[in-house]
Ligand binder design. Structure first.
Ligand SMILES: Nc1ncnc2c1ncn2[C@@H]1O[C@H](COP(=O)(O)OP(=O)(O)OP(=O)(O)O)[C@@H](O)[C@H]1O
Ligand SMILES: [Mg+2]
Length: 170
């Protein structure tokens, strides 16, 4: 049986690299996949989502800080959620479970506020400031943990694309 959990760690030196990583993740994403994006303010969660959603043909991708939920028409339907303004458990009132039944690509910033996110078809991403200087001097470490057979398979596709591009992404 295929692994049910797998992990990938990526160092991104710039905003442009994080956007490009988003296009690679988009090439492996499937309807029904959920991404939970954790990390401090300004660590690059929305930037990566712009890369993913843009590559899937979505336009006007911006942080749903006030609306909490944005829906985009891409080649697959995309739902972008930002729970930052809610208190713990505040995400439970939004009916996010509905989206899990609707075969969308669900992208959730600040998922700490959602008590019961899915445990399958899941990529859990963690962002942190990696380099020296304020906010890592533009460097970010992005860790992706995949759970569930399909999510693991999709992550292995991401790994093969990144490997074939080489360390410089040329
Ligand atoms: N390597 C990098 N990857 C992504 N963003 C970077 C990088 N280096 C610098 N930046 C800058 O960091 C900021 C990231 O902002 P972004 O909105 O993506 O963060 P966020 O994690 O969504 O924050 P929030 O929790 O407020 O929603 C942008 O201003 C971007 O230009
Ligand atoms: Mg954000």
């Amino acid at each position: 049986m295929a692994n049910r959990v797998d992990r990938l760690e990526i160092l991104s030196p710039s905003e442009a690299e994080t956007l490009r990583l988003g296009t690679v993740l988009a090439s492996a994403a499937f309807p029904g996949l959920t991404l939970l994006l954790r990390g401090p303010l300004g660590s690059g969660k929305t930037t990566l989502i712009r890369g993913i959603a843009g590559a899937l043909g979505a336009r006007h991708v911006r942080s749903p800080s006030f609306t909490l939920i944005n829906e985009y028409d891409g080649y697959i339907p995309i739902v972008h959620v930002d729970l930052y303004r809610l208190s713990d458990g505040g995400g439970d009132e939004l009916g996010l479970e509905e989206y899990l039944l609707r075969d969308v690509l669900l992208l959730v910033e600040w998922p700490e506020r959602w008590t019961s996110p899915p445990s399958e078809d899941l990529w859990s991403l963690s962002f942190d400031f990696h380099g020296d200087g304020e906010k890592g001097g533009g460097q970010r470490r992005i860790t992706i943990e995949a759970t569930g057979a399909r999510a693991v398979e999709a992550l292995s596709f991401v790994k093969s694309v990144l490997n074939s591009e080489g360390p410089e992404g040329s």
